[in-house]
Structures are given as C-alpha cells and as structure tokens.
Design a protein around this ligand. Structure first.
Ligand SMILES: [Ca+2]
Length: 243
C-alpha cells in the first residue's frame, strides 16, 4: 500500500520537471539524434589573423672556411743590406794613350844666378850683384840686389863669397829679417870663402837678399878678375794648389 503512493509521487516529479524545461528553453536535439536529424554542413570560416613571431632559434653549426683572399699590394722597399766582402783584384787595364802636351810650364820658372863685380859692398844695405849669369824671368832686380817672389812655393838659395882683407859676416834676409848668417874670419895673406844655402817657402811679393851683417869690420866680401862672389836662387816647386 505504501509503494503505490511513492511511485505516483515519482511520476509526478518527472512530469513536472519535463513540463518546466518545455516551457522555458527551446528543445534541442540530443546526440546522436542531432546527426540523424541535422541539416547541410555550413561553409568554411575565413582564415584567421597570422600569429605573432616565435622566439629566435638556436645558433647553427659553424660553417666551413672560405677560400683564400687575393694577394695584398706590394710592400715598401726594405733598407739596404751590409756591404759585401771585397772582391778579388781585377786584371791590369790597358795602358792609356799619351796625353796632350801641357801648357805654359814656363810660368812656374823662377831662377837667377849673379855675381859681384865690385869689392867691399856697403854695409846695412842689400849687396848688389851686377854680374848676371842668369836672370831670364827678371825676378832678381840688379838695381836693388833683391829677388822678388812671383810664384809662391819652395825656393833654394845659395851664396859663395870670397873673403879678403877682413872678416865677413853676411846674412840672407827675408822680409827685413836675417834668416841665415855666415861668419868667416879672414886669415892674413890668404883668401877665404864663405858660403851658405837654405830652402825657404815664399809667398808672392816676398823679397830675398844678401846683406853685410853688423858693422864695417865684417865687410870683407871680395871679387876681382880671378875671384868671384856669387848669389843664386831658384824655385824648387810651386804651390800647385794655388794654380
Ligand atoms: Ca876663414
């Protein structure tokens, strides 16, 4: 007796629930009943918007070495090396041709040779040798008794004097200075000789002469027909660097 009322109540609930859904919502077909009762498929939708870029990938593996590049431009010239060792001596060359004749060697000539013609020259003045043996260039002046240098260079001078009646002391002067002195004492009843020679370098214009040195008692220079007293000089060699 009790079971019947319960069953009626349950049916009543189902009825009520079914009635409510029908009233409030559209009645949708239930699977699988939808396929069986569905319409034609709809058209495909439009393409969607492209998505955002993804994250960077990892580095790839190292590639192979490239081909060698073109050669670079030529470099600067390097510094000179050290001198090499001296080579062997060469063979003697062929003898050259004879040169042309030189010009004007006479310009380097200067010489004189003179002698005394009168006895007892005056002291304190140049002895005048007026007996001319040689004076081609006239570098010796017989009016003054002086030799005047025209060609700078080395000169040789010499004198050979006869000494008679008294002592002789003579000097060879250069530019008012006695550079060579010769003294000879006279021996009574005899004839002596006094001589001297010297090499001197002269510049142009310098003068050379002989002169009695001191007082008159040393003035025994003598000359006659059989006794000469001579004075000479010549250019040994000129200063070539001046020509
Ligand atoms: Ca003597």
């Amino acid at each position: 007796m009790k079971l019947v009322p319960n069953l009626l109540y349950l049916l009543l609930l189902v009825k009520l629930h079914h009635t409510e859904r029908t009233d409030d919502e559209p009645q949708l077909p239930k699977e699988p009943c939808a396929n069986w009762m569905g319409g034609a498929p709809g058209y495909p939708g439009h393409n969607g918007v492209p998505g955002r870029d993804g994250k960077d990938g990892k580095d790839g593996q190292k590639g192979e070495n490239g081909e060698p590049g073109e050669p670079g431009p030529k470099g600067d010239i390097g510094e000179g090396g050290n001198p090499g060792t001296e080579g062997p001596r060469g063979f003697p060359g062929v003898q050259g041709m004879k040169g042309e004749k030189g010009e004007g060697a006479y310009v380097y000539r200067s010489a004189f040779s003179v002698g005394l013609t009168s006895r007892v020259p005056h002291p304190k003045v140049p002895i005048r040798f007026t007996k001319i043996f040689y004076n081609e260039q006239n570098h010796y002046d017989e009016t003054t008794g002086k030799f005047r240098c025209s060609i700078p260079g080395l000169y040789y001078f010499a004198y050979h004097l006869t000494v008679y009646m008294t002592d002789v002391k003579v000097s060879l002067y250069k530019k008012d200075k006695a550079v060579l002195i010769t003294y000879d004492q006279f021996q009574k009843n005899n004839v002596d000789q006094a001589s001297g020679s010297v090499l001197l370098h002269l510049s142009a214009g310098e003068e050379i002469w002989l002169q009695v040195y001191g007082e008159e008692e040393n003035n025994g220079v003598y000359a006659d027909n059989v006794n000469d007293s001579t004075f000479m000089g010549f250019l040994l060699y000129p200063d070539l660097d001046l020509y």
